[in-house]
Design a protein around this ligand. Structure first.
Ligand code: ADP
Ligand code: GN1
Ligand code: MG
Length: 373
């Protein structure tokens, strides 16, 4: 996307005017802690009180062809909506709902070339940046496992690849190598130890791609960004209500959805905790989530998939660490950062977890064997 300084930047209020919102616009304030899109909570005033919406400006650096993202979301949410309606669910709450633009589309493109979309706000819900209790993490596992189960019949050929090679770990290694060679932000000298850490694991990075080539890992419709704050929980009951952030739904490996949740949740610290003495892999959270995910998938995982779940936890953590490190070297252009060395802190945090998980690998396999039966 070309940036043109002569074109005025579209404000959230101006963008909101292009959607069929009920009532009169009141305000739009930044919302949530996602790393990618610009998210706003919009309030409108109606005869029946205040209504809430989520307005998002899609990140055009991350998603080069945002219309593909929007077509995927429209297709998947439409499919889930039908399923919920047929099964006594509440589609406005248990599934994201796109609000149409004034001319009947699913998104609005502002003059500055940005893509905007609006979802119904899922009321009385909350998302968490850290696991609050083992029970909560268990229910999160059930919800993401079940999400995959629900989409098992969705035609994969209808899905666009919104970010090519998103969870192709060898390709992430290649991108890191490129970032090292280019050293765009001049930060290479600081990260020698982290680069050595990654190079020692180059062969491991190819494990799933090799399994795929041997026909041992099927491609399924997967979420691909299964961190805890991409689930909304009911404020009152604490139960999961809705899986959100559908930007990266594409064909992928089921176990990567498992692994990415472990990366973010089965740890004693936040993803960006800089004090590594506080960062430890938590095997009991791994176990409870694995139980939930396998149950939620309702028998939909093959033996080959289940047996690789421990490696998937390491793979997703290693991959995310490489992505944070590459972004640090590239000058923080991909993930939102809010302090100096934020991406470097995140990368080190992930690598600390990788080391812990490698030590716990036999124990993780022992856990998985219990639930594989
Ligand atoms: P990002 O891609 O930047 O992570 P998300 O789509 O995950 O963006 O949205 C960021 C945050 O906004 C979520 O973690 C959640 O807290 C909140 N959110 C997103 N959609 C909704 C919704 N429909 N209802 C309520 N909250 C939402
Ligand atoms: C991003 O969008 P968000 O904040 O839910 C990223 C994930 C990373 C995650 C790390 C499209 O997720 O892949 O695992 O940050 N999303 C994209 O926290 O790159
Ligand atoms: Mg998100």
């Amino acid at each position: 996307m070309q940036e043109n300084s002569n074109i005025p930047v579209c404000t959230p209020e101006q963008a909101a005017a292009h959607f069929r919102l009920e009532g009169k616009f009141l305000d739009a304030v930044r919302y949530g802690s996602g790393h990618i899109n610009d998210t706003y909570l919009v309030r409108t005033e109606t005869d029946r009180g205040v209504r809430l919406y989520i307005l998002q400006r899609v990140n055009g650096y991350v998603f080069k062809e945002p219309w593909k993202v929007m077509e995927n979301i429209a297709g998947v949410t439409g499919y889930l909506r039908e399923f919920l309606l047929a099964n006594g669910g509440d589609p406005d709450r248990e599934c994201l709902t796109l609000v149409k633009t004034t001319d009947g589309g699913d998104y609005f493109i502002s003059e500055d070339g940005k893509y905007w979309r609006v979802f119904l706000f899922i009321v009385d819900s909350v998302s968490y940046d850290k696991v609050e209790s083992p029970e909560q993490f268990y229910t999160c596992g059930v919800a993401f496992g079940n999400f995959q189960y629900l989409l098992r019949g969705y035609p994969a050929e209808k899905l666009h690849e919104t970010i090519p090679n998103f969870h192709n770990t060898p390709d992430r290694f290649r991108q890191l190598t490129e970032a090292i060679a280019e050293n765009k932000a001049g930060r290479l000298a600081e990260v020698g130890a982290e680069i050595a850490f990654c190079r020692e694991r180059e062969e491991f990075a190819g494990l799933f791609e090799r399994a795929r080539a041997e026909g041992k890992l099927p491609l399924r419709v997967t979420h691909n960004d299964t961190k805890l704050n991409n689930i909304l929980f009911d404020k009152a009951s604490g139960a999961p209500v809705c899986v959100i952030d559908l930007d990266t739904i594409m064909p992928g490996y089921a176990i990567n959805d498992f692994g990415d949740s472990i990366r973010f949740g089965a740890t004693t610290a936040a993803e960006d905790e800089a004090d590594l003495s506080k960062v430890h892999f938590d095997l009991s959270l791994f176990e409870i989530y694995a139980k939930g995910f396998i149950e939620g998938a309702k028998g939909g995982l093959t033996e080959g998939e289940i047996s690789r779940m421990p490696e998937a936890a390491i793979m997703m953590t290693f991959e995310c660490g490489m992505r944070f490190l590459a972004d640090y070297l590239n000058g923080d252009v991909y993930f939102r950062t809010s302090r100096e060395r934020h991406n470097l802190d995140r990368a080190r945090n992930q690598f600390k977890l990788v080391r812990d998980m490698e030590e716990s690998l036999p124990a993780m396999h022992a856990v998985i064997e219990k639930y594989a039966k």
